[in-house]
Design a protein around this ligand. Structure first.
Ligand SMILES: [Zn+2]
Length: 290
């Protein structure tokens, strides 16, 4: 099974013509599915945006997208603790009943809060109880108004320690703090990282060199942590082309089976996707040996 663990498809993105990897990009369910088909992807996690008028509207949009895609686009809800305790409570109450979301995304950096902000505790509690992984935006913000101090991997360490049963995903390998992200993954058995957003648009004159650099960096974190089971392929579509992002992972020089794990088996297990491929015996052996 192949899964893109990081795409966005939302009407709350008016800047798409300027920020997408191609100005004529088809920013629709059909356009996204076509790109997924070209790279033989079964599913993609459609991460809702913090720019939505409310978390509940974002959730409703996620459900519409899931339906229109025949269940191939899996909604990921968002929560913004800076909207206040009441708003967090209301979103948690809805997520308690609504079973459509497969995960929850936080946008520290885009919004001024740290992942260890205590206002998020009810969200982490719910996520732990329901087995919903929490995806945390990391590193660079597209929007110059963001504040990077909130978006460093080191800030996720405390959450991982306080909620050992909660599973967390560091988005974009923490780029540019990739080494820091590697350490958070290495130290905490409940932390994963995705490979999204590491490539410039294919039209960039630096595309090939940037791709080589990204390839080296991803290989380095997988090898240095020795935890291939905790890395997830992601593109960050529409900011990056899906084909180029899959190609990046396919070209990683890793032990047999690890590329396919990163391309989908790990995500299938983490997000409990139907038809998930059972872990292979050698992966089980490796896990037991640690
Ligand atoms: Zn993203």
């Amino acid at each position: 099974m192949r899964v893109d663990a990081h795409v966005h498809l939302s009407a709350w993105w008016p800047e798409i013509r300027r920020t997408g990897y191609r100005p004529d990009l088809e920013f629709t369910v059909a356009g996204l599915l076509r790109e997924m088909d070209r790279s033989r992807l079964d599913y993609a996690l459609a991460i809702q945006l913090v720019h939505a008028a409310s978390e509940l509207e974002a959730l409703a949009e996620g459900r519409r997208v899931a339906e229109a895609s025949g269940g191939r686009l899996l909604p990921v809800a968002t929560v913004d603790p800076t909207r206040g305790e009441r708003s967090v409570e209301a979103t948690v109450a809805v997520l308690e009943r609504d079973r459509s979301a497969v995960g929850i995304k936080l946008f520290p950096g885009y919004r001024p809060f740290y992942p260890h902000d205590r206002r998020l505790d009810p969200v982490y509690e719910l996520a732990r109880r329901r087995g919903l992984p929490v995806l945390v935006h990391q590193g660079d913000t597209l929007d110059g108004a963001g504040l990077l101090k909130y978006a460093r991997p080191i800030e996720v360490d405390e959450v991982a320690g306080r909620f050992p049963e909660l599973r967390l995903v560091l988005c974009h390998l923490g780029n540019p703090w990739i080494e820091e992200a590697a350490e958070i993954v290495y130290k905490n058995p409940n932390v994963y990282a995705d490979t999204s957003g590491l490539l410039p648009p294919p039209s960039s004159p630096y595309f090939r060199r940037a791709r080589e650099l990204a390839l080296r960096r991803v290989e380095e974190v997988v090898v240095s942590t020795g935890k291939p089971e905790r890395f997830l392929y992601g593109s960050d579509w529409p900011l990056a082309e899906i084909r180029a992002s899959v190609d990046l992972v396919e070209r990683l020089k890793l032990e047999p089976g690890d590329v396919e794990r990163i391309l989908g088996e790990n995500a299938a297990g983490l997000f409990r996707l139907k038809g998930a491929v059972a872990p292979r015996p050698e992966a089980e052996r490796r896990r037991a040996a640690r």
